[in-house]
Structure formats: structure tokens, C-alpha cells
Design a protein around this ligand. Structure first.
Ligand SMILES: Nc1ncnc2c1ncn2[C@@H]1O[C@H](COP(=O)(O)OP(=O)(O)O)[C@@H](O)[C@H]1O
Ligand SMILES: [Mg+2]
Length: 266
């Protein structure tokens, strides 16, 4: 009963806020960790900003957030201090990193993994405040199907799961789609296959997943992209460089650039 009321309150809040919002909200999630969410998010943000869009990335992986590490943003104030009332929003916001802005999270603070309603309301207010300044706001959510992950998914109109086209990862992605459908009644979601070395195989895996999701969840899943396995990704992660900036001709960067165009046309 309480859960139901919470859900109702959440959807009412969402409707109120969605009216008149300017930015497009994209959530990027996955069933399991380490599949390439953060890599995907930062390169997508860069590609969209190169196309003239104003982009904010929110490191919504609140306990294991690492966008700051990936982009070599000096450790500073993060959303945790803001939630504790110890910092202002302007102090947390990192401007103009590679052409887009970032709201960093705080790696290793487990208490943030389970956002309270109060903290979530405060975070949601951040986006109400910042909405007009951006064309895209992208959430790099944690892995899995926790409440916190889904709180961010509930704000997004473009719901993306990143996964690898292998059975365990697919099963996890399916679990994610299932909860997304149950909690947010979405009609459509998107999948990105990462580390693909065989397009035809990935296509087949996609057809299967999409068929099952349609049949059992009444959810339409679209394949946004097959992102290739690319050694340049690993190299740039190690050196904390932004792949699309330093290796724009690499297969992954080219794929991201095509995908950014596609997102722009959604
Ligand atoms: N397409 C790819 N080709 C090669 N390595 C990749 C690819 N995508 C991600 N990786 C590597 O996988 C690791 C995990 O990526 P990351 O983006 O941090 O995943 P997540 O955010 O889902 O935990 C990183 O070391 C990254 O360099
Ligand atoms: Mg990550």
C-alpha cells in the first residue's frame, strides 16, 4: 500500500515536472557493471556537444561514480556535499569539460547508493533549476535494478540499457527492462550493444530479446547501435583521455558519432 502511494506520488511529481521542461533526458543503465556505460556516456556527451548541443552529464552512479576519474576532473566538491547542504550547486557543477558540463558523484559513499526520498527530491530540483540551460541531460546510472537507478530512469524520456550480446548480460538487461516497464510504464526503450565483434550475431541476439520483451513485457525495444570492441577504448581509459577527442577515427568514436545523430533525430 505504502509502495503504491509512493509510486503514485512519484508519477504525479513526474507529470508536474515534465510539463514544460526543455531538455531531453537520457538515462544510461545496464544490468551488470563494467559493460561500458561511462565510456558510452562521456563520448556521447562529447559527440552531442560537437553537434552544437548543450549537454550536462550527471554521474548518477552515486556509490561507484567515476566520470571524474575517466575525464581526469580534479577531485573536488561533488553532489554529496551539495546534498548535505555543505556546497552550492554552482560549486559542484564542472563547466565546459570537453564542451559539456558534468555533475560529479562521489565514489565509494555507500549511503548514497540508496537515495532517500528527500535527497532524490533535492536532486530532482537540481534539474528543474538547470533544465533551461541544456538540450540534453544524461544520467550515467549505476548498474542493476535498485531503487536509485530507477529513480533516474523515471526522469528520462530516452531509456537506454548498455549491454554485451552474451547470455548473462542479456538476462540482466532483460531484468532491467522488466523493472523499467513495471515501475514506469514505458512503452519503448533502447539497447546499445557494446564490445561487439560480430554484427550478425548481435543482430540475432537483439531480435530474440526484442521478441521476448514484446511478448512478455509489451515493451518495444529498439537497437540504437552495435558499438565495436576497440582496443583504443581501453588505451584511452588507461591514459584518462577522451576517446572521441583524441581518436576521432577509431571505430568506437565513429560509432558514437553516428549514434549521436540518431539520438538527435529521436
Ligand atoms: N568497446 C570497448 N572496447 C574495448 N574496451 C571497452 C569497450 N567499452 C568499454 N571498455 C572497457 O571496459 C571497462 C569498463 O568500462 P566502463 O565504461 O567503466 O563501464 P561501466 O561504466 O559500465 O562500469 C573500461 O576499462 C573500458 O575501457
Ligand atoms: Mg561507470
Amino acid at each position: 500500500m505504502e509502495r503504491q502511494l509512493n509510486d503514485q506520488a512519484a508519477s504525479l511529481r513526474k507529470i508536474a515536472w515534465e510539463r514544460g521542461r526543455h531538455a531531453k533526458y537520457i538515462s544510461v543503465s545496464s544490468g551488470k557493471g563494467g559493460v561500458g556505460k561511462t565510456t558510452f556516456v562521456v563520448n556521447l556527451a562529447y559527440a552531442l556537444s560537437q553537434a552544437g548541443k548543450r549537454v550536462l552529464v550527471f554521474d548518477a552512479d552515486l556509490s561507484l561514480g567515476n566520470i571524474d576519474i575517466m575525464l581526469k576532473i580534479p577531485a573536488g566538491i561533488n553532489i554529496r556535499q551539495y546534498l548535505a547542504g555543505k556546497a552550492k550547486l554552482e560549486d559542484v557543477l564542472v563547466h565546459g569539460i570537453y564542451g559539456f558540463d558534468v555533475l560529479p558523484a562521489s565514489s565509494g559513499f555507500v549511503e548514497l547508493a540508496d537515495l532517500s526520498e528527500q535527497d532524490f527530491a533535492k536532486i530532482q530540483q537540481v534539474f528543474v533549476t538547470l533544465d533551461n540551460n541544456y538540450d540534453y541531460i544524461i544520467f550515467d546510472t549505476g548498474a542493476g535494478i535498485s531503487d536509485s537507478v530507477h529513480k533516474f530512469v523515471s526522469m528520462a524520456e530516452i531509456v537506454i540499457a548498455v549491454t554485451q550480446p552474451e547470455p548473462p548480460a542479456i538476462a540482466d538487461a532483460y531484468a532491467f527492462f522488466k523493472t523499467a516497464k513495471q515501475l514506469h510504464s514505458i512503452e519503448k526503450a533502447y539497447i546499445v550493444f557494446n564490445r561487439v565483434d560480430n554484427d550478425a550475431h548481435a543482430r540475432k541476439v537483439f531480435e530474440n530479446l526484442a521478441g521476448v520483451a514484446k511478448k512478455f513485457l509489451n515493451l518495444k525495444i529498439e537497437l540504437l547501435a552495435n558499438m565495436p570492441e576497440d582496443p583504443e577504448v581501453k588505451r584511452t581509459t588507461k591514459t584518462q583521455k577522451l576517446l572521441s577527442l583524441v581518436s576521432p577515427q577509431s571505430p568506437f568514436a565513429k560509432g558514437i558519432s553516428v549514434l549521436a545523430n540518431r539520438i538527435n533525430s529521436l
